[in-house]
Design a protein around this ligand. Structure first.
Ligand code: AQP
Length: 330
């Protein structure tokens, strides 16, 4: 059987280079070899308050970004999570399989709940259950994610196994697909923090929509260390190692090749080369986002087709799940 890949991005804020390296870039490579479902996970987005008008705009923006990053709708399905209601139905059922104690261990919940000023929603707590439903609904066996999602994916595996043991073989156990280098891109201003869409500090992240002069400024201002050597050591030199990771993914050079290119040179030279490599990688994407965004009928058509394909598989799976659990009537 052909491998099935599922992955998604929340349409919250603008996407950054961390989302690109860990998710979109991997997706664009995978689509040539596997059957892929790439979802815009708007139901996940509302686990923290969203402005409804902005959310709708962000959903279409995310679809344009997927296409601009090279995701080809003739090779894979691109669709919006809330348009396939089976995601939420399965999430409810899996919520009776997952345990509160398991959800309480999720570090993302602990981090995100600290930032909520108007109380923490129950949806933020049960987010990993919905993520399990997203993946298990399609029997995805491969899930490309950044390192921050590994704990959620592990929970999806636990839930799938537990369901299969209780009700008989129903779900495929998914495996993570994680970049060897760059599974966690860090903030340009604080190498202890991951680069995050919702970080209010603009200089902490490189957005896919950033123009060349902004990219140059952000990289030239990125924190480094006092040692002055371009050397990969995430423990002792986390900031420089993070910048080297960005250079590795945008120049195609290995970490060793980067070290030898900048042997005896300072951070200034390295940052200039990094900025040009990032600009060369992201500029074509930025230009394409604009053109996909302005062709809304084409975007609508792609999202309709993706939804229909996803819905067919999801409906079949839910029929089986209802039977296994004993819901409704025969
Ligand atoms: N800094 C990162 N490095 C590598 N991968 C990352 N991802 C996110 N941040 C980094 C990966 O991008 C995919 C989509 O992420 P998401 O939209 O589902 O949510 P997130 O992990 O919560 O992303 P952000 O950017 O940090 O958003 P906010 O600030 O809204 O919470 C996932 O595969 C994720 O692993």
């Amino acid at each position: 059987m052909k491998d099935l890949v599922f992955s998604g991005i929340q349409p919250t804020h603008e996407l950054h280079i961390g989302n690109y390296i860990a998710a979109l870039k991997q997706w664009a490579e995978l689509q040539h070899k596997k059957c892929c479902f790439f979802c815009i996970v708007d139901l996940h987005a509302i686990t923290v308050p969203q402005d409804p008008k902005k959310l709708r705009a962000n959903i279409l923006e995310a679809a344009a970004v997927y296409l601009a990053a090279g995701i080809d709708p003739t090779k894979c399905s691109i669709y919006i999570q809330s348009e396939v209601a089976e995601h939420t139905e399965l999430a409810w059922i899996l919520g009776t399989i997952g345990k509160v104690s398991e959800l309480e261990r999720m570090t993302q919940f602990k981090d995100k709940s600290k930032k909520q000023t108007q109380g923490v929603s129950a949806g933020l707590f049960t987010y990993p259950i919905l993520m399990a439903a997203d993946i298990l609904l399609y029997d995805a066996n491969q899930v490309p994610v950044g390192e921050d999602q590994m704990q959620h994916l592990e929970l999806a595996r636990v839930i799938a196994r537990r369901f299969n043991e209780r009700f008989g073989e129903t779900f495929t156990i998914p495996q993570p697909l994680i970049q060897k280098v760059g599974a966690r891109i860090m903030s340009l201003q604080d190498p202890e923090k991951k680069m995050s869409k919702s970080d209010p500090a603009e200089s902490s992240k490189i957005l896919l929509s950033d123009k060349p002069e902004i990219i140059r400024k952000k990289i030239m201002r990125a924190v480094t260390d006092t040692e002055g050597s371009v050397h990969f050591d995430p423990e002792k030199k986390p900031a420089v190692s993070n910048l080297m990771t960005l250079y590795h993914h945008t120049s195609g050079l290995s970490l060793k090749e980067i070290e030898s290119e900048f042997k005896g040179k300072g951070y200034g030279d390295f940052k200039k080369a990094l900025a040009e490599a990032v600009i060369a990688e992201l500029s074509p994407i930025r230009e394409k986002i604009e053109s996909y965004r302005s062709n809304s009928s084409e975007l609508e058509r792609i999202l309709d087709e993706g939804r229909d394909t996803a819905k067919e598989i999801a409906a079949r799976k839910m029929k089986l799940v209802r039977e296994r659990v004993g819901l409704g009537r025969a």
